[in-house]
Design a protein around this ligand. Structure first.
Ligand SMILES: C[S@@+](CC[C@H](N)C(=O)[O-])C[C@H]1O[C@@H](n2cnc3c(N)ncnc32)[C@H](O)[C@@H]1O
Length: 283
């Protein structure tokens, strides 16, 4: 196992706690989730990864970053599907980075997928700035306790015209005061159990737009009902951890919504090329 000194980019306290959490729990995650550590998914997880390729607009020849890559299940799948895609990925868990290296080798994509042990808040210290077509966060962004910092970090490594893609869970909102208290309580439990900080959608969108990104879409993942996994896998996992298990739907208050966000770093500068700014691409 790598020591902290081998983690590229200085790792702050909060990411280090996330890394320690995954160092301890990755075997359990793999037991329940397999190589794709995402709760919102399809019964055949390959369908969800194909959906992600389309939704994040991944394409052959791109150079992308998978920020918070787990054991590189998604990254290896994307590289297997797109013959000239190159993926730099990072995880803050040394256990995961070792397993990821092995997974990449097993899938035969080591020439195009690389894993780095490092903090996604410091992407410019891990990878060349201003050079990537995509930075994607697949159920990893919500671990951040400095979401504006994570957005800034992605901005700095994207080329103009590059895109940020986030798929994650966000705190639900209710106009019923009691229900909102309940939602907040369960989100607190999720945060504590999983070293998470369930995102506030308003704050995250604001951070993305303040950084200078232009929103391309915000929507729930568009998965057909018959393919949706119904989150029973998360219940299996919660059984293992013993928190927030859904025993009955009768009095259950659903605490979160899943959303995906795609935002573009404008190809033209808002200051220097105002008349072209909303064109967003250089053909
Ligand atoms: C729920 S898992 C998702 C893993 C992967 N995206 C997948 O779909 O299999 C969350 C991941 O985010 C990573 N992560 C959380 N905070 C991070 C940080 N500050 N820097 C790098 N990775 C981080 C964790 O190490 C873990 O790999």
């Amino acid at each position: 196992m790598a020591s902290d000194s081998k983690v590229r980019g200085m790792v702050q306290d909060a990411p280090k706690r996330v890394g320690d959490f995954y160092d301890r729990t990755t075997p359990q995650f793999l037991e329940v989730y397999g190589e794709i550590i995402q709760a919102f998914r399809t019964t055949d997880v390959a369908d969800y990864l194909d959906y992600t390729i389309a939704s994040a607009q991944l394409a052959d020849g791109q150079h992308i970053i998978d920020a918070g890559c787990g054991i590189c299940g998604p990254a290896a799948y994307f590289a297997g599907s797109l013959a000239r895609l190159k993926v730099e990925s990072c995880t803050v868990s040394s256990v995961q980075s070792e397993l990821a290296r092995e997974h990449i080798r097993q899938k035969g994509v080591e020439d195009r997928v690389n894993v780095t042990l490092g903090d996604y808040h410091r992407l410019p210290s891990l990878f060349p700035p201003l050079s990537f077509d995509r930075v994607i966060f697949l159920e990893s962004f919500g671990h951040s306790k400095d979401k504006a910092g994570a957005v800034r970090s992605a901005w700095e490594v994207l080329r103009p015209g590059g895109k940020l893609y986030i798929k994650d869970l966000f705190r639900r909102e209710s106009k019923d005061e009691w229900e909102q208290l309940h939602i907040d309580h369960i989100c607190g439990q999720i945060d504590r159990a999983y070293e998470y900080e369930v995102g506030d959608l308003h704050q995250v969108l604001s951070a993305i737009r303040k950084q200078g990104f232009i929103l391309e879409f915000l929507r729930p993942p568009q998965v057909p009902m018959e393919k949706f996994e119904h989150l029973s896998i998360s219940n299996d996992f919660q059984n293992l951890f013993g928190i927030g298990k859904i025993d009955s739907w009768d009095s259950y208050v659903f605490p979160i919504d899943f959303y995906e966000i795609l935002a573009v770093k404008p190809a033209y500068s808002a200051e220097k090329e105002q008349h072209l700014y909303h064109l967003n691409r250089k053909d």
